[in-house]
Design a protein around this ligand. Structure first.
Ligand SMILES: Cc1ncc(C[n+]2csc(CCOP(=O)(O)OP(=O)(O)O)c2C)c(N)n1
Length: 348
């Protein structure tokens, strides 16, 4: 990893950290309905993204916004989705953090866990049929491996020889369920092997290790036309989301240790500083710039009006069925009768 790439990786890890901190605070202030951070998993996010090319197709779980950030999704685009305003590609119909971008080959996050795994096997098979020099990367947590779709996805990819990288973020927790209650196997890599998939376990808090593993996995997936599983060991430093308080089910000392001693950003910074590629002044400037950009993105997105009411009913059916037409009539009628109860920033 040369200087330019290393500095870019580090800067994007810091950008992800700052974006997470400020968006999280905006949720606590009541400006957003929901948020979820990737704290502690910045190396997996950014180093894996850096090891791919933009032709590779990403199917995320939800704790991988850093991959989008790396690919050029702007802070404004993140903020537009979070506020569900009229610039949001999902037209405000999804919860915050359900990002997606056709342009950046990043499938939209879907809430039901593990659905992305069998889909990834299929998307990768389509790349194979088209003889593309690209692969699919599908992200998931340790908790998602308990879904039937995990097993279906792995087996499907193995027998169809789909060029897909299964990237498991084994962060120790699935909301309040620890991995010890999730499975009795030695982690997840061994499950890949059981399906006949080459599998490797890496230190997910070591950006260089993640980068090397994903680069090698990509090479293998494309050249040998087969799936690969990478289990990246890490820790979910944040609460699961803004909907829980993780100190109710795990000890603060454990969280603090991962936040400080094992922090992937600090580790990578030490390496680039030792190479004389980074100093305190770079750090101060970077953090100041990003903070300013995130705050501006929030202030702008917050003021943009919401998508029009009719968007609630579109994009599913060619002709809107009668029950939905009835719902639309009902909602418009209610707005007429109770105009003060209706949000002023949603055009009718
Ligand atoms: C099918 C399904 N079951 C349950 C949930 C509720 N749920 C949302 S996130 C989550 C935990 C997932 O944990 P993991 O896959 O380890 O990812 P992490 O949050 O640790 O990144 C659960 C149980 C869901 N969204 N979908």
């Amino acid at each position: 990893v040369k200087k330019g790439l290393a500095v870019n990786m580090y800067s994007t890890m810091v950008a992800l950290q700052i974006m997470d901190t400020i968006f999280y605070e905006a949720q606590r202030q009541g400006r957003l309905s929901f948020y979820l951070t990737s704290t502690g998993e910045e190396a997996i996010n950014i180093a894996s993204a850096a090891a791919l090319t933009s032709d590779d197709i990403v199917l995320p779980q939800y704790r991988e916004p850093g991959v989008l950030l790396w690919r050029g999704f702007t802070l404004e685009e993140f903020a537009d989705q979070l506020f569900g305003n009229k610039n949001d590609y999902g037209k405000g119909r999804q919860m915050p953090i359900h990002y997606g971008s056709n342009k950046l080959n990043y499938f939209t996050v879907s809430s039901p866990l593990a659905t992305q795994l069998p889909q990834a096997a299929g998307v990768a098979y389509s790349l194979k049929m088209d003889k593309k020099e690209a692969c699919v990367v599908v992200y998931f947590g340790d908790g998602s491996t308990s879904e039937g779709d995990f097993h279906a996805g792995l087996n499907f990819a193995a027998v169809m020889e789909s060029p897909v990288i299964f990237l498991c973020r084994n962060n120790g927790w699935a909301i309040s369920t620890p991995v010890t209650e999730q499975f009795r196997s030695d982690g997840v890599a061994i499950k890949g092997q059981a399906y006949g998939i080459r599998s490797i376990r890496v230190d997910g808090n070591d950006a260089l290790a993640v980068y090397s593993a994903i680069r090698a996995a990509r090479q293998m997936a494309i050249k040998e036309q087969r799936p690969i599983l990478v289990e990246a060991m890490t820790y979910r430093v944040s609460h699961h989301s803004t909907s829980d308080d993780s100190t109710k089910y795990r000890c603060v000392k454990e969280i603090d240790q991962w936040r400080t001693e094992k922090n992937p950003i600090t580790r990578f910074r030490k390496w680039i500083q030792r190479n004389d590629w980074w100093d305190d002044q770079n750090e101060t400037e970077l953090r100041g710039n990003i903070r300013k950009q995130v705050v501006e993105a929030i202030q702008t997105a917050e003021k943009v009006e919401k998508p029009p009411l009719r968007d609630l009913f579109g994009d599913v059916y060619d002709k809107i069925p009668s029950n939905l037409q009835e719902q639309e009539r009902f909602i418009r009628d209610s707005i007429k009768r109770y105009p003060k109860e209706y949000p002023f920033d949603v055009p009718v």
